[in-house]
Each structure stands twice: as structure tokens, then as C-alpha cells.
Design a binder for this molecule. Structure first.
Ligand SMILES: CC(C)(COP(=O)(O)OP(=O)(O)OC[C@H]1O[C@@H](n2cnc3c(N)ncnc32)[C@H](O)[C@@H]1OP(=O)(O)O)[C@@H](O)C(=O)NCCC(=O)NCCS
Length: 187
């Protein structure tokens, strides 16, 4: 079947033993032309990480883990076409940028869809799975951070139901004054 036909895949959460596929898809994402806008690490840094890192990363996002869940779209028995991960942020904690987390919420990270599947509806299907899991697990709100210049990603997030909160988050790294935008989706 043509790779452009939506529905030719299943959406599921990963298993811990699938760390080689987690690594392969992440390294593919980091070679995207927009990777510098989309992700906070470089291909070279990720490629240099030991297997133990990928094992731990997969275990933390696998079916059964409490604090995160990584979803993939998979051609049954075959290639992974796209992914996103929901990180649980508990009320009363501080987020990675040092801001207080007021409600138990999900933070969507690591969003990537292989180019030949973009515009097919697969991204929305990944979000639907992530949101279903989040609401079933008592999360009250979802959020994500997106670069102002990543307009395609913003379009996809709006289609998934997210909207800008008006909050900006300073970008880590040397570029002074650069910010990313917070998008949110209330339950
Ligand atoms: C971000 C990503 C997951 C989105 O998935 P996608 O399948 O491309 O998204 P969709 O096509 O479903 O939705 C994008 C929407 O934005 C629109 N869009 C595309 N380029 C745009 C632009 N420059 N300005 C405004 N809107 C744009 C599209 O037309 C589409 O809306 P439509 O379906 O109403 O026409 C995918 O493009 C990707 O993996 N990109 C590289 C990695 C990345 O940027 N990840 C996000 C990190 S925050």
C-alpha cells in the first residue's frame, strides 16, 4: 500500500526492549533540516551516547512506566513512522526551566514524523493517542514548547487542539533573548 495512505499503521506505546528503534528514530529526527529549531540536542551529541542511555530512555517511556509514555506509529511488524513522548509534570514541582508546575500536567516532547508521512493525518493520530493516555491517567492539562519559526509544527499542534498560552520560555544555550512559545490544551 502507498505510504501516503492514512490508516496504514498502528499507534502504540513502546516496549523497553525496543531501545534500538528508539535510537534509530531519534537520530533520524536529529538529521531533519529543522532539527536545530525542533530539538534541544544535536545529532552528534545523541549519536555519541552509549547504549545504556538508549536503554534507560526507552525504559522510562515504555508501557508500564509511570512518569512518561512514548508513542510510535508503526507499519505493523515494520518501520516506525513517527513518535511523540508525554512527560508527566507533577503539581508542586519545578519544570526544567525552573518555573513552578501548578497542576498535574503532561508535557509533549520529541515530536517527529518521517517526511513522507507528513500531512497524512498521522501526527494528529499520535496526538490523539497521547491525549487519550494523558486524560486516562489523570493529567489535567497538556503543554508543549515550540520555536516561533517552526510554523509547520505550530500548525500541527493547533490541529491537535493546542493554542498559545501567551507564555514564552527562554531558550537554553548561547543565543541571548531567544524564546520559545508555550502551547496548551486544557482537558
Ligand atoms: C512537526 C511535525 C511533527 C508536524 O507533522 P505534519 O504531519 O508535518 O503536520 P500536519 O501536516 O498534519 O500539520 C501542519 C499544518 O501546518 C500547516 N503548515 C505547514 N507549513 C506551514 C507554515 N510554514 N506556516 C503555517 N502553516 C503551515 C500545514 O498546511 C498543516 O495544516 P493543514 O493540514 O490545515 O494544511 C512534522 O512536520 C515534523 O516531524 N517536523 C520535523 C520535526 C519538528 O519540527 N518537530 C516538532 C518539534 S516542536
Amino acid at each position: 500500500m502507498s505510504a501516503s495512505v492514512p490508516g496504514d499503521y498502528v499507534i502504540r506505546s513502546i516496549r523497553a526492549d525496543e531501545w534500538p528503534a528508539v535510537k534509530e528514530l531519534r537520530l533520524r529526527a536529529l538529521r531533519d533540516p529543522l532539527a536545530h529549531l525542533a530539538y534541544l540536542e544535536t545529532y552528534d551529541d545523541a549519536a555519541a551516547r552509549p547504549d545504556s542511555y538508549w536503554r534507560e530512555r526507552a525504559a522510562l517511556g515504555a508501557d508500564g512506566a509511570a512518569g512518561a509514555r512514548q508513542f510510535v506509529a508503526e507499519v505493523p511488524g515494520g518501520m516506525w513512522l513517527g513518535t511523540l513522548t508525554v512527560l508527566v509534570e507533577d503539581a508542586g514541582t519545578k519544570d526544567w526551566a525552573g518555573f513552578p508546575v501548578e497542576r498535574r500536567q503532561g508535557h509533549v516532547v520529541g515530536v517527529f514524523v518521517r517526511p513522507e508521512w507528513r500531512g497524512s493525518g498521522l501526527t494528529k493520530a499520535l496526538f490523539d493517542a497521547g491525549l487519550e493516555w494523558a486524560w486516562a491517567n489523570g493529567l489535567e492539562r497538556m503543554r508543549l514548547i515550540v520555536h516561533p519559526d517552526n510554523e509547520r509544527a505550530q500548525g500541527a499542534y493547533r490541529k491537535a487542539g493546542f493554542a498559545p498560552s501567551g507564555r514564552t520560555v527562554p531558550l537554553a544555550g548561547p543565543g541571548p533573548g531567544e524564546v520559545e512559545l508555550e502551547f496548551v490544551l486544557e482537558r
